[in-house]
Design a protein around this ligand. Structure first.
Ligand code: DOR
Ligand code: ZN
Ligand code: ZN
Length: 425
């Protein structure tokens, strides 16, 4: 049992929470002493731990629906243990893993294997995107969706890390016909194609990591068009922190950055950053996903290797942006907690609400720190593109399923395993 007192929510309102087992039992501006006594009496077999937040910000745990945790197959880069620790430390209480592992998550068998690995090793909650295969796995897609083992399918329509590029139009069509929500890695004209596939055959489209004004406009125009975007086949737009905070100029500024700041889609211009920020603040972006795609620094420096780590810095970068008056806290909560849960149709997570799972974080908005110097990197890749960045705002408490996982810079001594998310549809 936990009592979180003296917190403040993203609207600046006082908030206190009572947590019983894995759920939020009660939320209020002030929970009265006699209510707590009653609560303790009714649950006298359990200990009540009280945490005084002293006016710190309380939010639902971040749900990052775009990560590559590299297990199985690339566990020298990351695995579910190290990746989930990186999440927990930074305030992410649920991640979704992408299918471009070895083997690719394109068969029921591979999915089951991956689920076992995550169940054994992850300290935060997790979900999986099934993969569309270039060798036509429509029957497997049907099977896993019908059995409720996943809710979503990810496809690659451009070259990226892994062997998952689908070029055959017939196969693409079958993926859209047989899926519910399809997440796409689509760049430039492939975005047009994905939008059309969703309209003609699909049941929902989530455009991952939109990097530029030009590509975002394609998605925004389709979003406003009832033929393209409706209840039968909605469209969602994701941006990553790196396409908001980094650009070609920063990439080209040092020899090292020229190698490290490479990913698909590639970084664009400062003007593109600004356009993405504007759309984000206008409510035109649905989610922030990190596209956490760790590679070892040696791999990055040897030859162009696409992908960068992201889970450890996503929330802190956004909190810093809040401190710079570039975004509202409620927008951060919407794009990083609420919308991901809603779009993925995750049961009872993503909100601070009585009866919901107690996936909760507390944040120190005025904490100033230097990335990579004040903090060790938990990700197995051991580096971050934001090294030496001075940020203001940091996660200080992570609660997953009602249990404290991380508090004041330290992981708890006894960590429990995270749980797989469940869906309501
Ligand atoms: O840069 C990227 N890296 N983009 C992707 O689409 C995949 C990812 C990875 O898995 O490394
Ligand atoms: Zn991608
Ligand atoms: Zn990705």
């Amino acid at each position: 049992m936990l009592f979180l007192k003296n917190g403040v929510d993203v609207f600046g309102k006082k908030i206190e929470l009572l947590i019983l087992d894995d759920k939020i039992f009660k939320i209020g501006e002030k929970i009265l002493e006699n209510e707590i006594e009653e609560f303790e009496k009714e649950n006298s077999d359990k200990n009540l731990k009280i945490i005084d937040l002293n006016g710190k910000l309380v939010m639902p745990g971040v749900i990052d629906i775009h990560t590559h945790m590299r297990e199985p197959g690339f566990t020298y880069k990351e695995d579910f243990a190290t990746g989930s620790r990186a999440c927990a430390k930074a305030g992410i209480t649920t991640f979704y893993d992408m299918p471009n592992t070895i083997p690719t998550t394109t068969t029921l068998k591979a999915l089951e294997e991956k689920k076992k690995l995550a169940a054994r090793k992850s300290i935060v909650n997790y979900g999986f995107h099934f993969g569309g295969s270039k060798n036509d796995n429509a029957s497997e897609i049907k099977k896993v969706l019908e059995s409720g083992k996943v809710n979503t399918v990810k496809i690659f329509m451009n070259v990226s890390t892994g062997e998952m590029l689908i070029e055959d139009d017939e196969i693409l069509k079958k993926v859209f016909e047989n899926s519910k929500l399809v997440l796409v890695h689509a760049e430039n004209e492939m975005i047009d194609k994905a939008l059309k596939l969703n309209k003609d055959y699909g049941n929902g489209l989530y455009v991952c990591h939109i990097p530029s004004k030009e590509e975002l406009i394609k998605v925004l125009v389709a979003k406003k068009d009832k033929d393209f975007n409706n209840e039968k086949h909605p469209i969602y737009a994701e941006v990553t922190p790196h396409h908001l905070f980094l650009n070609e100029e920063i990439r080209e500024s040092t020899k090292r950055n020229k190698m490290l700041l490479r990913m698909k889609p590639e970084l664009r211009t400062k003007a593109d950053n600004e356009f993405l920020w504007e759309a984000l603040n206008n409510g035109e972006i649905d989610t922030i996903g990190t596209d956490h795609a760790p590679h070892l620094i040696s791999e990055k420096l040897e030859k162009i290797t696409f992908g960068m780590p992201g889970v450890e810095t996503s929330l802190a970068l956004m909190l810093n942006a809040y401190n710079e008056k570039r975004v509202k806290l409620e927008t951060i909560q919407k794009l990083m907690c609420e919308n991901p849960a809603e779009i993925m149709k995750i049961k009872k997570r993503g909100k601070l609400k009585e009866g919901y799972f107690a996936d909760i974080i507390a944040v120190d908005l005025s904490k100033e720190w230097t990335v990579g110097i004040d903090d060790t990197i938990e990700s197995k890749c051991g580096w971050t593109p934001y090294e030496n960045w001075k940020l203001k705002g940091k996660n200080i408490l992570t609660i997953v399923n009602g249990k404290i996982v991380f508090e004041n810079g330290k992981f708890s001594d006894s960590l429990e395993n995270g749980r797989e998310v469940e869906f309501y549809e």
